[in-house]
Design a protein around this ligand. Structure first.
Ligand code: XLS
Ligand code: NI
Ligand code: NI
Length: 437
């Protein structure tokens, strides 16, 4: 196991709930069986390269503060290589099975795309050398189509066709690299695929172009034999005022409207869900019941702040509700739980990386255990089933089977004196969940 940047941090052991060792798991016991799978198999945790390895802690009011020895190496390629070693040291010590990156997180840009691709290839070689050290696989790859100034007006939705071409070539390469590394998924997050004002925007052309771009991506995946999941990651706003992949419902409509729903699924992030005015569970449920749940960006936003704070997830209640959906989905594979999350700026010490991930992994381990217990117990599911029992027989069964029409429903109901309803029992259901927590 690599031991260069975090020499004070050992391989993180599982010590259980009573432990007072900050560098130990309290709930995440990778080999513990929950139902038919181990925790590790259920949760498929992933490290996000951009926040954890590349992020400096800079914000609009201040410079970077993160103590990350590799970031002070001035030669960009040497820095990228050191960052890769740090990555696999973290993955190994936390025993994280997956990682995710944007192409530009791992290797610097050159003067031309050709030169950039060459640099990327060089770093991929280094990545492959260290990969076995940690036993970690690529959960998903993606292309950064939002940082470089060329993407100021978007990428696939840019008014400039040369930018569309550049983005296509960049995604082509990122997909090749993802395939080369055996990546399980490829993600499209429309970082600047939206608009600031409709005054300068041809919305129809932008949406059509985004669909053209995604069709080309699906065709190219087929051509190179990449059969991992292709995922769209919804986000309603930031950096643009309105982002086209607003939320799960918008993405479903877009995918169906442009005949992309047979090839794409959805990567759902908690913070993006709440920015869109939904709960994380709502977004995951909607994707699940439509057969489009692909993967999760497991982070947490602040309910009092209107932007994407991407915090490490520590809210057990939310983890329970999301793991309930994941279990109902029959699991999240080939997706996973990617910690698209960053430490708060004030948590700038190197070991905060470990403390943050331990907290998050324990949170979802707890969420998994509680959700599993809730499902085994069956009180909630039985309540829901009974609540809709009127559709199992009689007039309800006729509605569901398609036999009923307005005329038959009218003659059924027109002379009934009264309809009686049952209580929704929300407070009681919440107390049932609290008993498990
Ligand atoms: C940003 C997104 C981004 C994607 C990957 O808000 O969450 O990090 O997950 O491009
Ligand atoms: Ni994300
Ligand atoms: Ni985010």
């Amino acid at each position: 196991m690599l031991n260069e940047f975090f020499t004070d941090v050992p391989k993180i052991p599982f010590e259980g709930k009573g432990s007072d060792n900050p560098l130990a798991f309290k709930f995440y016991d990778p080999d513990k069986k929950i139902g038919d799978k181990t925790m590790k198999e259920h949760l498929r945790f992933s490290l996000a390269y951009w926040h954890t390895l590349t992020g400096t802690g800079a914000d609009p009011f201040g410079v970077g503060v993160n103590e990350r020895p590799w970031l002070s190496i001035s030669d960009p390629m040497e820095q990228a290589k050191a960052r890769m070693r740090a990555t696999f040291e973290i993955l190994g010590k936390l025993d994280l099975p997956f990682f995710c990156f944007h192409d530009r997180d791992i290797a610097p840009e050159g003067q031309t795309l050709r030169e950039t691709n060459k640099q990327l290839d060089e770093i991929i070689k280094v990545l492959k050398e260290y990969k076995s050290e940690a036993n970690a696989e690529l959960l998903w790859g993606t292309a950064c189509l939002f940082t470089n100034p060329r993407f100021v007006h978007g990428a696939a939705t840019s008014p400039n066709a040369e930018v569309f071409a550049y983005a296509a070539a960049q995604v082509k390469k990122a997909m090749e690299v993802t395939k080369e590394l055996g990546g399980a998924n490829y993600v499209f997050w429309g970082g600047r695929e939206g608009y600031d004002t409709l005054l300068n925007t041809n919305m129809k052309l932008e949406l059509d172009n985004m669909a053209r771009f995604l069709h080309m991506a699906a065709d190219y995946a087929k051509k190179i034999g990449f059969d991992g999941q292709l995922l769209i990651e919804p986000k309603p706003k930031e950096p643009t005022t309105h982002q086209y992949d607003y939320d799960v419902a918008n993405v479903i409509a877009f995918l169906r409207g442009y005949n992309l729903d047979d090839r794409f699924r959805i990567n759902i992030e908690q913070n993006h869900a709440i920015l869109a005015g939904h709960t994380f569970q709502h977004e995951v449920r909607l994707a699940r019941i439509n057969g489009l749940l692909g993967s999760l960006d497991a982070n947490q936003g602040d309910y009092l702040i209107g932007w994407d704070t991407d915090q490490m997830p520590t809210n057990i209640y939310e983890a329970v509700m999301v793991m309930y959906e994941v279990l109902k989905n029959g699991g999240i594979a080939p997706g996973g739980l990617n910690f698209d999350a960053k430490l708060r700026r004030a948590s700038f010490k190197p070991d905060d990386i470990f403390l943050g991930h331990i907290a998050s992994m324990d949170t979802f381990a707890r969420g998994l255990e509680i959700a599993h217990a809730m499902i085994e117990d069956g009180t909630i599911d039985t309540f829901v089933t009974n609540r809709y029992a009127s559709y199992d027989s009689g007039i309800g069964a006729e509605i569901v089977s398609g036999k009923a029409d307005f005329a038959s429903l009218e003659s059924y109901i027109i002379d009934k004196p009264e309809i009686s309803n049952e209580s929704g029992r929300r407070e009681w259901l919440e107390s049932v969940i609290n008993q498990f927590i």
